[in-house]
Each structure stands twice: as structure tokens, then as C-alpha cells.
Design a protein around this ligand. Structure first.
Ligand SMILES: Cc1cc2nc3c(=O)[nH]c(=O)nc-3n(C[C@H](O)[C@H](O)[C@H](O)COP(=O)(O)OP(=O)(O)OC[C@H]3O[C@@H](n4cnc5c(N)ncnc54)[C@H](O)[C@@H]3O)c2cc1C
Length: 384
């Protein structure tokens, strides 16, 4: 089976990338080890939600999937508040002040995946297959499948997530570490309305985010060193702890779904490209969720990759050429490293209340000053 490009991994990034390449007239195949996603079930509000930036929704709109997503369930948010000790010292910003209709949208992973995969109907997809080998030859990249088939392409793009097998096979090294935190995620009902404002408070153990949902509830991401304890608390105790942690900004927590926890880590691949091979999405970079940017960075990778490959195709150039892929790498690395540095730095400066926190405080660096890089970054993304 021969294609111009083979994308491995049908998560949000891989699916969007394969669709965009196909729409650009590039013969693309998508290979996913799991099954195609289940049809979206609106009665079950997915616990995995993303804060999509305007640039991401623009890309999804160009792919024709955004109108269907927005029609089903997407929660626009117009304001953001970030603080640590004293709510009075919060950094806040409003969409109207930035001249935009909203700062972003909260969207469920299951809805995004379902709509992207529906749109992929005319793209060759290989599901429920294991890749057993990767060969990067001068003339083509080759993927061996466990059912004996082989897929060859001018370029293989690994969008197979943070634990990318293909990245390891290609011999690409990564900088990585695990945070001494896990993220506890659930949806909660609150006594007071969220009024379309995303909130984040930096606590000693890590940041706590409240993202506004369409049905009036909030989705929380609580990065905590004692995540296991938070999971084990009975519901009443958990709700009380949560309300206190948000300094009762939304009053009492009156309801709560089941809670799940995700390990948190930072990862950055030293190379995003080799001849006939490239990385995209979490396979290339994993950031702390405190700025809610993981999927946005992956979709931005896809936008740049499609632009470069479309230009190469029009000029009749080889889509697997290292020169072309290095241009993609240069552009995306700069942006991704910016986000990695800000999120990692902030998590340390606020979360780990050790000597470094005290010394920042002793140096007179106020919370507001420490949060300013995050605010600037999020504001740029909101208008970008
Ligand atoms: C608690 C938490 C909250 C988050 N909140 C946000 C947020 O608000 N906003 C945001 O933008 N991001 C957020 N993120 C980050 C986001 O979840 C990731 O950045 C995103 O899922 C990465 O997408 P991806 O498609 O690159 O990888 P994945 O979603 O990991 O998809 C990889 C795909 O590849 C497939 N695959 C893996 N190996 C193979 C193989 N060998 N062969 C074939 N297929 C394979 C997998 O089955 C999967 O379908 C959050 C993350 C966490 C942990």
C-alpha cells in the first residue's frame, strides 16, 4: 500500500492532520492501533475537555468540522481570572477588552474525535492494527503491520502520543521529567454561576483550574501532589476541600461527577524531523496542563506541516525531504519551547513552595509579576 504521507495515531492531532493533508490533495493514510472512536454521546459529558484557542477553532473551521461541533456542544468563555493567595490581586482579562468575541471554547475530546473521524470517511484508514516495524529508506518510509501488510510513503508522521513508539524506533532522544503531581479531573456543580469565566488558582501543591461548561457546571483540573488522597476523599469532603481551594469564588460545590487522575509530565523531543519522518502533537512535546495548551500546540503543528507539505507538493518536491521538514521543526520548536518554559517555570515558582518560592518572595517578586508571562501568553493566544 503506497501513499504520499502516512500519519500514525488517530487522536485529535493525527486525525486533524490526516484530514487537512487529504483536503490539500495529498494522498494520506491514517493508522490507528485502536478502533475508530465511538459515536459521540451528548448525555455523557466527557471528562476530558480541552480549552481550544481561536487559532485551533479557525483550523477546525477550515476543515469543515467546527460548525458541527459548535452546534452540538462548545462552551465559549469570555473571561479569565488567575490568582494565588489573594483573589484581590488576581490577574484578569476579558475578551471584549482584547476586541475578540471570546477567549476560547471548552470542547469535549469525544465530540472532537467523532466529528474529525466522520470527516475522514474518504481517507484510507487502518484501524485495530499494530505496527511492528519502521524502516526509513532513501526512496520511502515503510511501516510493517502485524497482519503482514506493509505501508510505504514518502513521509511518515508520528502523532502517536506522549509514549510514541515510532519516536523511539527512529532513535529520537527526549528531555523529560515527571512532575510530583497528578491532575484530578471531574465536572462540578457550583452554588454561584461561572458567568463564562475560566478560573485558575495557584495553590501550594499545584494549580487548580475551573473551566466553564455550557450546562452551567465547571470542569476542574486540579494538579496536586496529594492527588491520591483527593481521589479517596468521600464526595462531601472532596466538595468542601474544592470550595475552600477556590476560596469560595463560586460558593459551595453542590454536585460532583466521578473523579479521575492523570500523571503529569514534561517531554520535549530533541528533533521533530529526520529524513522521511516527523513528529507532531504529544509525540513531540508534552506540557503541563496549567495553561490548557496541549492540543492547541498539536493543532498548530498540523497547520504548519500542512502548509509546508502543500507548498512542496505544488512545487513537485519530495515530501520526505529533510530540508522541508526542518523548516517545520524550526517554526514549531520555537513556539512549543516558549509554552514549555512558561508553564514549567510557573508550576515551579508557585507550586513547589520550597526555598525557591521563598526566595522569589524575598526578592520582592510579587505573585502578579510571576503570573504576568502566563497572562501575556494566554492573551496572545486569545487574539492569535
Ligand atoms: C489533565 C489534563 C488536562 C488537559 N487539558 C488540556 C486542555 O485544556 N487543552 C489542551 O489543549 N490540552 C489539554 N491536555 C493535553 C491533551 O490531552 C494532549 O495534548 C492531547 O491529547 C495530545 O493529542 P495527540 O493527538 O498528540 O495524542 P493522543 O491524544 O495521545 O493520541 C495518540 C493516538 O495515537 C494512537 N497510537 C498510539 N500508539 C500508536 C501506534 N503505535 N500505532 C497506531 N496508533 C497509535 C493512540 O491510540 C491515540 O489515538 C490535557 C492533558 C491532561 C493530562
Amino acid at each position: 500500500m503506497k501513499h504520499q504521507v502516512a500519519v500514525v495515531g488517530g487522536g485529535v492531532v493525527g486525525a486533524a492532520l490526516a484530514l487537512a493533508l487529504h483536503r490539500a490533495g495529498i494522498d494520506t493514510a491514517l493508522i490507528e492501533r485502536g478502533a475508530a472512536p465511538k459515536p459521540y454521546d451528548a448525555s455523557d459529558y466527557d471528562l476530558r475537555v480541552y480549552a481550544l484557542s481561536p487559532a485551533s477553532t479557525r483550523f477546525l473551521n477550515e476543515l469543515g468540522v467546527w460548525p458541527r461541533i459548535a452546534q452540538q456542544r462548545a462552551s465559549a468563555y469570555q473571561g479569565m481570572r488567575i490568582w494565588d493567595e489573594r483573589p484581590g490581586e488576581a490577574l484578569q482579562f476579558e475578551a471584549s477588552a482584547l476586541g475578540v468575541a471570546q477567549l476560547g471554547h471548552i470542547v469535549e475530546n469525544s465530540l472532537l474525535l467523532d466529528e474529525l473521524w466522520k470527516a475522514l470517511a474518504s481517507v484510507p484508514t487502518y484501524t485495530k492494527v499494530q505496527i511492528t516495524g519502521l524502516q526509513l529508506d532513501d526512496d520511502a518510509a515503510r511501516l510493517q503491520l502485524d497482519d503482514g501488510r506493509e505501508i510505504s510513503a514518502s513521509l511518515v508522521i508520528a502523532a502517536d502520543g506522549a509514549d510514541s513508539q515510532l519516536r523511539d524506533w527512529a532513535g529520537i532522544e527526549c528531555v523529560r521529567w515527571s512532575y510530583p503531581q497528578e491532575a484530578v479531573v471531574c465536572h462540578v456543580e457550583t452554588e454561584l454561576p461561572h458567568r463564562g469565566v475560566a478560573r485558575q488558582r495557584f495553590l501550594p501543591g499545584g494549580p487548580l483550574a475551573f473551566l466553564p461548561l455550557t450546562d452551567g457546571r465547571s470542569s476542574i483540573v486540579w494538579s496536586a501532589q496529594d492527588a491520591e488522597d483527593l481521589l479517596e476523599l468521600d464526595e462531601d469532603e472532596f466538595r468542601a476541600r474544592l470550595a475552600l481551594a477556590l476560596q469560595n469564588e463560586l460558593g459551595a460545590i453542590t454536585g460532583c461527577t466521578r473523579r479521575v487522575a492523570f500523571p503529569l509530565r514534561l517531554l520535549h523531543a530533541q528533533d521533530y524531523a529526520l529524513p522521511r519522518f516527523a513528529l507532531a502533537g504529544d509525540a513531540a512535546h508534552v506540557v503541563h496542563p496549567l495553561a490548557g495548551q496541549g492540543v492547541n500546540l498539536g493543532l498548530a503543528d498540523a497547520v504548519v506541516m500542512v502548509r509546508e507539505l502543500s507548498a512542496a507538493r505544488e512545487a513537485g518536491r519530495d515530501l520526505g525531504s529533510l530540508r522541508l521538514l526542518k523548516r517545520y521543526e524550526r517554526e514549531r520548536k520555537a513556539d512549543n519551547l516558549d509554552m514549555l518554559a512558561v508553564t514549567d517555570g510557573l508550576n515551579r515558582a508557585f507550586g513547589l513552595r520550597t526555598d525557591s518560592w521563598d526566595s522569589l518572595r524575598n526578592l520582592g517578586i510579587s505573585a502578579v509579576n510571576r503570573m504576568t508571562p502566563l497572562k501575556n501568553l494566554l492573551m496572545r493566544r486569545a487574539v492569535g
